[in-house]
Design a protein around this ligand. Sequence first.
Ligand code: SPV
Ligand code: MG
Length: 436
Amino acid sequence: MNNKKKTVYIGLSADALHHGHMGLLEKGREYGDLIIGLFTDEAISTFKRLPYLNYEQRKKILLNFKGVKKVVPQPVHDYSINLKKFKPDFMIHGDDWKTGYMKEFRDNCIKVLKSYGGKLIEVKYTKGVSSSAFIDQLNAITITPDIRRATLKRLINTKKISRFIESHNPISAIIAENTYYNKNGIRVGFDGFWSSSLTDSTALGKPDNESLANSQRLLSIDQIFDVTSKPLIFDGDTGGQIDHLDMKIKSMERLGISAVIFEDKTGLKQNSLFKNTSNQQQEDKDKFAKKLKIAKKAQRSDDFMVIARIESFILGKGLNDALNRADSYIGSGADGIMIHSKSDTPDEIFSFSKKFKSKHSNIPLVCVPSTYNQVKEKQLEERGFNIVIYANHMLRAAYPAMRKVALEILKNSRSKEANKYLYPINDILNLIPGAK
Ligand code: SPV
Ligand code: MG
């Protein structure tokens, strides 16, 4: 029987192809010409890490596979939308989607296939290979400063909201990079690191007032980059002396840092979350705008970003001041705006995003919900925030635990009682990739 005219739909990410995928393609070829529904970068980013290869690169690979007649974009995880559109005679899928969050998509596909007489063929899921683990390894092996630096712009262009977490040393960054949570089958993780002036200073027992040398902070990032592959946003404080900016930006780019955030304060900088801000001063708007212009001029690569941080809410200057400053900073070339707040509700940053996004819909917006920590990422996403930074949480998590253990040892004159607060030795040994 010649059934080569029939069409077969297979949905793939095709970022790391393995023998499991080959089994699907082989099976599909038995039934007809293959239409590959290739997940877009955006679709992939909703259920796993940003793909290593972009859509066009993955498409090119697939078009060279035997039996593949067409590669079409699969823009969402639910395949049924494309089934309606292309009406293939068959759809092939692994049998691993009968439970979990994919079950709903399976039901939708069956309904659509039935509506026009298509048929679902399920093949046994290949156990023991994981594309996600493949991609993690690939990233770890092949990361270069250029690739890492460019990842932030890719994330902003692909994901609705990207999630960054503070890392102040290599071990906290290893934990940030490799911690994933399985939310009904979707692998949720952090997209990158925040290098915080607060936690970098605190880790060294110093106040957060720009007394740490920039070179010292970059040295620590170099160590973080030695053992990780995700992008990093650098807290550049006030930016310091204008004459040093050119050198600083060059060093950041060379390391592979993706963005720097400069805050519009002047004088002896203090942390923005201090209750009393009477001795903190906001920089003159035009002077800060000039600083941004110089910083932008200094960058060598296209993908490095200079983000302006507005402290108007922190210093009680209000919404209009913040919006005026945003206009001016963007006019001076800033690639994004971070709006800071130490309020215990997100109301003021929401009031900002509403006005800001109606005027600058394409300019990335960043927030740091340390004090208004009840806010959910979805709420931020809906209001146009592109990046959320958990700015100090790794450090704040680690040190109370140390104190608790120290107290237990003192109290009991031995360490047995502290054991319940500790990572088992074996877990610590296995925490470091390649330690075995
Ligand atoms: C930091 O993490 O150092 C920051 C954010 O700048 S904040 O501490 O809220 O000022
Ligand atoms: Mg800071």
